[in-house]
Design a protein around this ligand. Structure first.
Ligand SMILES: Cc1cc2nc3c(=O)[nH]c(=O)nc-3n(C[C@H](O)[C@H](O)[C@H](O)COP(=O)(O)OP(=O)(O)OC[C@H]3O[C@@H](n4cnc5c(N)ncnc54)[C@H](O)[C@@H]3O)c2cc1C
Length: 375
């Protein structure tokens, strides 16, 4: 088993305290499609968002540590998907700025991201573009010392709540990134789709949106490198969230199986139920060990270990789906009740296998890497 050192155990304790504070209103937060103030206050007071911003800009670590972020997400997701998303998106939404932003723009935004005084968004997906991001149609042109953006982005987390959106665009024959502050004239946001697991989502329209040239992120035409760097650090952290959710589902099922009796015994003593619980425990521990190991590898060389991050994301999110399904089954009819914790976990588990690389897309690229001799 992969053991956490004292530094990671300490930050996990802080994250668990935040999760415990949120627990009494976690169900309400997970129904929210705007920022839940209780979650925001608890997360802001904890200082945890500093772990997703480099130290030079008000963050905690000189170089972001994927294991720390994964461990925090595991603890937060144990209570609330809204809380986990709020934390995770501060990093996912700002990392291309941390890596590719101009000094002035980094100084302007990153300390606020670290303090949770500004909310970050990452806008890649479009109404007709999902996994195949090379097909993005939003355009950017240089006009003197300004950049002009036109197009639409869809299913954007924090849409309507974010203070800026790091936006992927087509520029000439390449793909570029640009930071667009939310209050820029020409940028409008409509509320996004209602999901089975409610989420802050927005549909963004850019109509002749003009930002100063220093809002460009990274090298013109090389946005994929920035995106890959973001994924290399943050994909593994989604796997951490999956472990937290799976643990919560297992704990729910175990408690129920110990308390409820049928055929004169607690459910946990009935063979099929005990087998399910033991299988889920095995799945959770295996996923956790894999996630921690892949996250630790990602610290030293995130891009070099992206295969392991992808494998861990596939493994942990699929394991979470299996665990939550078995847990619900263990709870019988009570697991089907709207508003029960297991029903919420069941719904919250589902998007994990779709965003930040759908399972099939990741397996497809892993298979190509395998064929090329990766191991
Ligand atoms: C809760 C939530 C939050 C989101 N937040 C954001 C955000 O903040 N910013 C943002 O830009 N986007 C966001 N998205 C969008 C998300 O990134 C996309 O849903 C994801 O990229 C998949 O795209 P798609 O849904 O269009 O599915 P599609 O690309 O249409 O794929 C559908 C299915 O086809 C299969 N498939 C597709 N391509 C392949 C392939 N090459 N090989 C094998 N199988 C394949 C997979 O099974 C996939 O699940 C969010 C989505 C959700 C659900």
């Amino acid at each position: 088993m992969f053991d956490l050192g004292p530094r990671h155990r300490e930050v996990r304790e802080v994250a668990r305290e935040v999760a415990a504070k949120v627990e009494p209103f976690a169900a309400e937060a997970d129904e929210a499609v705007t920022v839940h103030q209780g979650c925001l206050d608890a997360l802001r007071a904890s200082g945890l968002a500093r772990y997703v911003v480099p130290r030079a800009y008000g963050g905690h670590d000189e170089v972001l540590d994927p294991l720390t972020i994964a461990v925090v997400r595991e603890a937060l997701m144990y209570s609330s998907a809204h809380l986990d998303s709020m934390f995770g998106m501060q990093g996912v939404g700002s990392y291309s700025l941390s890596v590719g932003g101009s000094e002035e723009v980094k100084q302007e935004w990153l300390p606020k991201v670290a303090a949770l005084d500004a909310i970050a968004g990452l806008a890649l997906t479009e109404p007709d573009v999902g996994s195949d991001l090379r097909a993005v149609t939003t355009t950017m042109e240089v006009d003197g010392d300004e950049l002009v953006v036109n197009g639409r982005k869809s299913f954007i987390t924090n849409g309507g709540a974010a203070d800026f959106y790091c936006t992927m665009v087509r520029e000439g024959d390449g793909w570029s990134m640009v930071l667009v502050p939310a209050d820029t004239p020409g940028l409008t946001v409509e509320r996004g789709a209602d999901l089975m697991a409610p989420h802050i989502l927005g549909e963004l329209t850019y109509t002749d949106v003009r930002v100063p040239a220093n809002h460009r992120l990274g090298v013109p035409g090389k946005a994929f490198s920035l995106m890959l760097q973001t994924l290399a650090v943050f994909r593994i952290t989604v796997a951490g969230s999956a472990v937290g959710l799976a643990q919560a589902a297992l704990d729910e099922a175990k408690t129920h199986a110990m308390e409820r009796e049928q055929f004169g015994k607690p459910l946990i003593e009935l063979g099929a139920v005990s087998q399910k619980l033991a299988q889920s425990w095995t799945d959770v521990e295996a996923a956790r060990a894999f996630v921690y190991r892949a996250a630790a590898l990602a610290k030293s060389d995130p891009l070099g270990h992206l295969d392991y991050s992808s494998m861990a994301k596939v493994h942990a999110t699929e394991a979470a789906a299996a665990v939550v399904d078995r847990s619900l089954q263990t709870m019988g009819r009570f697991g089907l009740v709207r508003g029960s914790k297991i029903e919420r976990l069941y719904r919250n588990a589902r998007p994990l296998r779709v965003y930040e690389g759908a399972t099939e897309v990741l397996l497809d690229s892993l298979a190509r890497r395998l064929a090329k001799g990766a191991r």
